[in-house]
Design a protein around this ligand. Structure first.
Ligand code: JFZ
Length: 459
């Protein structure tokens, strides 16, 4: 047995290096970032208008619940790697995967009520286990006691409720015999080339089985072998686009000829949108809006994405998640909230409660996000501003600190002011010397999450 090529590196060990000054011309053109401006076709416009999404990490690791041999690990879906569990040992979990309570319609309904417009599911995470019965491998749901496809029912039920489905696919694969972390010999290169054919065939299979899918969310592109051969990711991306011309692909799909991840050496990101804002959001000190489409994702726990039996450390609550959503939309980004379902296929109480609280808020205030975008203004102290046509939405998070808020719009231009869900509350206005509006919000009761004041501006 080879001792090498078994341990993938963690993403944070290989952050993208952006040179910044290089020109596109100095990069092998086919491997350069493709996005010099936003895609404006209908599919991309829909993706952008969706704004709020749901993420699920579900797989064999869910069975372990972030614990191995009595020890808790922080990142459940990485447990095979961090606990050095052999392939043989890990694949024994196949015989235990039996989410008898899994109910795709119930998940979809829960997310519909939560007010999310798209959903991303891990069809295959880094461990290589496939949640659909892939004809290209035995390492799938088909060879578990459960036997049945998980992806098909999800695609069907979510699509039925008008929620777009994104298929997450990890390039990194700790199970496939041909996958290589590093290329140390011509044989390694050949093996990895066979693996790339496997990945292309699997993506073709996914898009054949689930043509309703709107997007592919790639991940795990940072191992040295994959990122050192830019043509591999490039071919993967091309093959997906050939199969499904409208598909939307995130930038974790490939590298340039200099092994730069996420963005090429000129700072141009790959594919259709930038998904490298993970567990972190862009700085809000700038008034300029990002030029490219982007998406951030948060998990409820500090770091883990797959199920954890114990919920420890800082857990995000509905207010923190809505605030992160507001921040993303106010900077023209999308936001995805991750849940880690239990091994029986149900969603834990904590996450169901979050979904409920967020849903109650979205029902009243979701218009401030759906189809909305940011304004190129400094972030106000009291919260965030979004816009949609002639409407402006003031999303107030820090009300307790202020009774009067500065509104960065001319008082003369504001034709109507209303508090969403509390239309009877009046918001007295004054005009500042420079003509800008100031609102007295002292009559607004304390909100459990945030109040939204909708302004209609003159057309
Ligand atoms: C990746 C996965 O390794 C992880 O298990 C999870 O699926 C998450 C959504 O994506 O983790 C990453 C990827 C990129 C960074 C950090 C963690 N990054 O760019 O900082």
């Amino acid at each position: 047995m080879l001792a090498v090529n078994t341990t993938s590196v963690l993403a944070k060990d290989s952050q993208p290096s952006v040179v910044g000054q290089a020109t596109i011309a100095s990069i092998a053109p086919e491997y350069a970032g493709t996005l010099h401006q936003k895609r404006e076709d209908a599919a991309m416009k829909k993706w952008r208008a969706n704004r709020i999404g749901q993420f699920f990490h579900f797989g064999l690791y869910s069975i372990l619940g972030s614990e191995y041999k009595g020890k808790r690990v922080e990142v459940g879906e990485w447990i095979q790697n961090t606990q050095r569990i052999s392939k043989e040992e890990y694949s024994k979990l196949l015989k235990q995967f039996n989410p008898t309570e899994f109910n795709a319609a119930a998940w979809a309904k829960m997310n519909k009520k939560m007010g999310v417009n798209y959903m991303t599911i891990t069809t295959k995470h880094h461990d290589g286990f496939c949640l659909w019965p892939s004809k290209h491998t035995d390492f799938s749901v088909e060879n578990t006691p459960y036997k049945k496809d998980i992806i098909g029912p999800l695609v069907k039920e979510y699509t039925k409720l008008g929620i777009d489905v994104t298929l997450y696919y990890s390039v990194m694969d700790w199970n496939h015999p041909d996958y290589r972390v590093r290329i140390n010999s011509p044989a390694d290169k050949q093996a990895m080339e066979r693996y790339m054919k496997y990945a292309i065939a699997q993506l073709d299979e996914l898009l054949t089985r689930y043509p309703e899918a709107k997007s592919i969310w790639f991940d795990g592109q940072w191992d040295p072998a994959y990122k050192s051969q830019p043509e591999w990711g490039w071919k993967l991306e091309k093959s997906v686009r050939r199969k499904h011309p409208n598909i939307i692909i995130n930038n974790r799909v490939r590298s340039d000829a200099h092994a730069n991840l996420d963005r090429d050496m000129s700072g141009q990101h790959y594919a259709d949108f930038d998904s490298s804002f993970e567990r972190k959001l862009p700085s809000d000190t700038s008034t300029e809006l990002p030029k490219a489409d982007w998406e951030a994702c948060y998990t409820i726990m500090e770091n883990g994405w797959g199920y954890s039996k114990q919920l420890v450390g800082h857990l995000k609550d509905s207010k923190e998640l809505v605030e992160a959503s507001a921040k993303c939309v106010s900077r023209n980004g999308n936001f995805m909230i991750n849940f880690g379902p239990k091994p029986d296929g149900t969603i834990r109480e904590y996450e169901l409660n979050l979904a409920k609280e967020i849903g109650q808020w979205m029902k009243v205030n979701g218009n401030a996000f759906y189809g909305a975008e940011g304004v190129p203004l400094a972030k106000p102290s009291w919260g965030y501003i979004t816009k949609k046509k002639e409407k402006r939405y003031l999303i107030l998070f820090n009300k307790s600190k202020e009774t009067n808020i500065q509104v960065p719009f001319k008082a003369d231009n504001i034709v109507k002011v209303r508090v969403l869900g509390a239309e009877s509350i009046s918001i007295p206005r004054t005009v500042e010397d420079n003509g800008m509006a100031q609102f007295d919000i002292s009559k607004l009761p304390q909100a459990s999450i945030a109040h939204v004041i909708e302004l209609s501006l003159k057309k």
